[in-house]
Write a protein that binds this ligand. Structure first.
Ligand SMILES: Nc1ncnc2c1ncn2[C@@H]1O[C@H](COP(=O)(O)OP(=O)(O)O)[C@@H](O)[C@H]1O
Ligand SMILES: [Mg+2]
Length: 243
């Protein structure tokens, strides 16, 4: 199943969510692939840190490498298809190419998480079109709700099922914003992830927060949501390694 993570606004936490949820689902034993659907600013390699994949999704289209050769097993613990970080590659590949690999994507893992760009352009539309389901992610701010609503409308127009919304960077006492998010977006609220400076700190060390600070509030939140998605039991606070 291909699940695209979209928002309509940059900086709300899509790429970190995809990278960390991908790691978490793999830990739970789910065959998972994470994909840079953002063909101009793919951030997944930077979030997972080195080693960086030698082959990217761009190489499939520009050099004709096979899809399988673009899949990189990151030693952090998840399979990924990364986007090229080179400007010349980015300019050469139109996002409509994503559709050409849709079948291979859906066959490559049980859950494929696609990281969408933060703007409502053609690249976002292509990431929505290849999805079986969409998870919207928003921060508890009106501008974020309003931009995310537009993305939802585009998904609706294209007949793509919205799985629900994730509220990210939630601080204490934001019950009111949770209610407003539900009202504005009219989708189930899948989870609330806390504002956690460990997410930003981890990037200083070139590691995903789930690996760098596995017991941080954000990592626990991701694991709780991942467990629901994977249909496994997870108790926060257990010191036992999950895998
Ligand atoms: N829950 C969180 N708490 C604190 N900072 C976060 C959280 N989620 C993401 N961030 C930070 O917000 C910024 C944008 O995150 P990113 O995942 O790149 O968003 P997007 O992909 O939507 O542009 C990064 O600096 C990241 O470290
Ligand atoms: Mg991003």
């Amino acid at each position: 199943m291909i699940i695209t993570i979209a928002s309509g606004k940059g900086g709300v936490g899509k790429s970190n969510f995809v990278a960390n949820l991908g790691l978490c689902l793999s830990d739970f034993g789910v065959d998972t692939l994470i994909v840079d659907g953002n063909l101009s600013n793919g951030d997944l390699s930077c979030i997972l840190g080195p080693p960086f994949p030698e082959r990217t999704i761009h190489d499939i289209f520009s050099e004709g490498i096979s899809f399988e050769d673009a899949v990189f097993s990151h030693p952090a613990g998840v399979k990924m298809v990364a986007s090229s970080l080179a400007l010349e590659d980015v300019e050469a590949i139109p996002p409509q190419n994503l559709w050409k690999v849709r079948t291979q994507l859906s066959k490559s893992a049980d859950i494929v998480l696609v990281d969408a760009p933060g703007t409502l352009g053609s690249n976002t539309l292509e990431t929505l079109k290849i999805a079986d389901r969409v998870i919207l992610i928003t921060t508890p701010e009106i501008t974020s709700f309003s931009n995310t609503l537009k993305t939802k409308m585009v998904a609706d127009k294209n007949g793509i099922e919205i799985f629900g919304t994730v509220l990210n960077k939630v601080r204490k006492n934001e019950k009111r914003m949770r209610r407003i998010a539900k009202e504005w977006l009219g989708t189930p609220l899948l989870c609330s992830l806390p504002y956690d400076s460990n997410v930003i700190k981890s990037s200083e060390y070139g590691r995903a927060v789930l690996r760098h600070k596995p017991r941080s509030a954000y990592s626990v939140g991701i694991r709780k949501f991942g467990a629901k998605l994977a249909n496994v039991t997870y108790k926060a606070g257990r010191r036992k390694k999950l895998k």
